[in-house]
Design a protein. Sequence first.
Length: 158
Amino acid sequence: MTIISSVFVSVVCRLRDERDLVAPLLDDLTRVLRANYDNWEIVLVDDGSRDGTSVRVKELLGRCEGVRLLRLSRAFGLDIALTAGLESAIGDVVVTLSADTDPPELIPQLVDLARRENAAVYGVAPARRRGFLRETGGRVFHWICRRLLDLPIEPHST
């Protein structure tokens, strides 16, 4: 028997030209959240998509409970889109999710760890090549965080 938690969980996801990904994403998120929580919401932030992502989300809103759409007037980038979603989220715990790479099945583990440790948690992506400049920039960023700012951020963290 699965114990369903009464903690309110918000999932914030930035969308940028993700029209074809929205329906399966909402199906997966809804399945995981329903199975684990009594109270939850999904906040989708459309970051200036040009492929009809917002139109597709609006079509799906009628069949998906607990989903809200924030539509930015233009593409502002990941940080601004996530900040807008975080500002809008009402959950006790908020999970940010990348629509194309982060598995929704990990949400319960992240929520449990955040509540148990009473801290922010983050995921670590498997090592992958992302182009020379992006890879080098990521390494420099993580080095600065660890060495100069004394922040224990793991390489490949998301």
